[in-house]
Design a protein around this ligand. Structure first.
Ligand code: GLY
Length: 417
C-alpha cells in the first residue's frame, strides 16, 4: 500500500516507522529529518484541502493523520470528499478533543465518568467561582493548546493567573474542574466508529520535572504497558470507551480513528481526565513499537468502517520512551542546538520530535526534540536501555526526567470490583 502520513513530530515518526515495518511505501508531509531516513518526505504542511489534493496526486491508498490541528481543520472530511480513505475523526467528531467545554458536556450527557466541572466564558464569573474553591484547582483552556492548556493550580492566585491568561484570547472559554488523585493511564482505541481494538494501556508523565513537579508539558516520557487489572480494563470498556463511541454515533458524529482516553484510576473507578482525537504524543512512540500487526491495514479498514479488532496484535513485551526537551521548554524553548545521535541497537529507536537540518548536521527546532524508545522483555529492561541510549545523545542543555516509570506499583489500582 502507499500510505500518506500527515504531521512532522515524534508521533508521526512512530506512525511512519510502524507502516514501514509492515512493508508499505510511506510518504509523509511535512515530515522531519528522522522520518526522511525511512520514508519520502514531501514539502511543507498545508491547509486541509491542499493536503487532500496531495493525497490524490500521490495516489495514496490511505491517509493517516497525526496532529489534532489537521483533524480540527477538517482534513479527513476533505479526503473523504475526494474518495480517499483517511484514518482520523471528521472535523465534527474531533471536537471531542478540540473543544473541552463541548467534550465535558458530551460526557455529562452520556453518563461517562469524569470530574465535576463548570464552564465559563468570562473572567469575572470564572474568578468568582475560583474564589469559592479550595485548591488544588484544575483550570483548562477549552481550545486546542498542544497539551499545554491545563494548569493544576495549587493556590487561588495560580488559578486566577491561568484564567487571566486564557481570557486574553477573544472568544475563549475556561473549564474549571475538580482535582482528581490517583494513577493516570492512557487507553487508546483504534476504531471504525463501532468496532474497536484497545492498545496496551500506557502511562505518560506530563510535568517537566521529576516527582510530577513544574509546569505541564505535552508529555515527557511513557511506559507501556502500564499494568491495570483485567477487571479495570473491562470497566474502561463498558463505562468509557463503548458509551463514548455510542454517544458519538447517537449525536450524529461517529468517531473513527484513534480515541485517546486519558484516565484517572480513582476509588470510584476510572474517570476521564481528557479525550483526545488521535494517537498520544509521546504515547505513540512507546505503544506503536509493540504493534505486531499492520497499522496501515487497520487504518484503511477503520476508514472504510470495517475494522477487524481481532487482527490488531501487540508483542508480549514492554517499552519505554524518554523525551529529550530543549532548554527553556515548556516556556520558550531554545532552538538551533546541534545534536549528535548514537546508532540505536536492536529494539531501540530515536524518534525525531523537533529537529531540522540533515542527518549529518542535525539541530533542534522545537520544545520536545527527541523521543528515545527501547523495547525489552520487562519494563525495567526497557527503561534501562532507553535511559542508556538517551545518555549517549549529544544534546547540550537537554532536559529529561529521570523518574519515568517510577510510579509503577506506587499506588495500587483502587477501582472497585
Ligand atoms: N501525551 C499527551 C497528549 O498526547 O496529549
Amino acid at each position: 500500500m502507499r500510505v500518506l502520513v500527515i504531521g512532522g513530530g515524534g508521533r508521526e515518526h512512530a506512525i511512519v516507522h510502524a507502516c514501514v515495518r509492515a512493508g508499505h511505501e510511506v510518504l509523509c508531509t511535512p515530515g522531519n529529518p528522522g522520518i526522511g531516513g525511512m520514508a519520502r518526505v514531501i514539502g511543507s504542511a498545508q491547509d486541509a484541502a491542499s493536503l487532500a489534493q496531495l493525497a490524490r496526486t500521490e495516489a495514496a491508498d490511505v491517509v493517516i493523520v497525526g496532529p489534532e490541528a489537521y483533524l480540527a481543520a477538517g482534513v479527513v472530511d476533505e479526503c473523504e470528499a475526494l474518495g480517499i480513505p483517511a484514518f482520523g475523526p471528521s472535523r465534527a467528531a474531533s471536537r471531542l478533543e478540540g473543544d473541552k467545554a463541548w467534550s465535558k458536556a458530551f460526557m455529562h450527557r452520556h453518563g461517562i465518568p469524569t470530574a465535576a466541572h463548570h464552564t465559563f466564558s468570562d473572567l469575572g464569573a470564572a474568578g468568582a467561582h475560583v474564589a469559592a474553591l479550595t485548591p488544588p484547582i484544575v483550570v483548562k483552556d477549552a481550545g486546542l493548546k498542544a497539551g499545554k492548556g491545563v494548569t493544576i493550580a495549587h493556590t487561588a492566585e495560580e488559578a486566577h493567573a491561568a484564567l487571566r491568561d486564557i481570557f486574553t484570547q477573544p472568544g475563549a472559554q475556561a473549564v474549571i474542574e475538580d482535582f482528581m488523585t490517583g494513577q493516570e493511564v492512557t487507553v487508546l482505541a483504534l476504531t471504525d466508529g463501532s468496532a474497536y481494538a484497545l492498545t496496551p494501556p500506557s502511562q505518560d508523565h506530563k510535568t517537566i520535572h521529576d516527582g510530577d513537579t513544574g509546569p505541564m508539558t505535552g508529555g515527557m516520557g511513557v511506559i507501556c504497558p502500564f499494568s491495570i487489572s483485567a477487571e479495570t480494563l473491562e470497566v474502561v470498556r463498558r463505562d468509557i470507551i463503548e458509551p463514548t463511541l455510542a454517544g458519538m454515533r447517537a449525536d450524529g458524529h461517529p468517531f473513527r480513528g484513534v480515541l485517546y482516553a486519558g484516565l484517572m484510576l480513582t476509588p470510584q473507578g476510572p474517570k476521564v481526565v481528557e479525550f483526545n482525537a488521535r494517537f498520544g504524543d509521546p504515547e505513540a512512540e512507546a505503544v506503536l513499537p509493540l504493534l505486531e500487526s499492520d497499522l496501515a491495514r487497520h487504518a484503511l479498514d477503520a476508514a472504510r468502517g470495517q475494522l477487524q479488532p481481532e487482527d490488531v496484535r501487540f508483542r508480549d513485551a514492554a517499552s519505554a520512551t524518554i523525551i529529550l526537551a530543549a532548554p527553556g521548554y515548556p516556556g520558550e524553548p531554545q532552538k538551533g542546538i546541534p545534536l549528535t545521535l548514537p546508532e540505536p541497537g536492536p529494539d531501540e529507536v530515536i524518534y525525531h520530535a523537533g529537529t531540522t537540518g540533515s542527518a549529518a548536521e542535525l539541530i533542534s527546532s522545537g520544545g520536545r526534540v527527541l523521543a528515545v524508545t527501547a523495547v525489552a522483555d520487562t519494563l525495567n529492561g526497557a527503561l534501562g536501555r532507553a535511559y542508556a541510549l538517551a545518555d549517549r545523545v549529544d544534546f547540550p542543555g537537554a532536559q529529561l526526567r529521570r523518574d519515568i516509570g517510577a510510579r509503577i506499583g506506587a499506588a495500587p489500582d483502587p477501582t472497585p470490583v
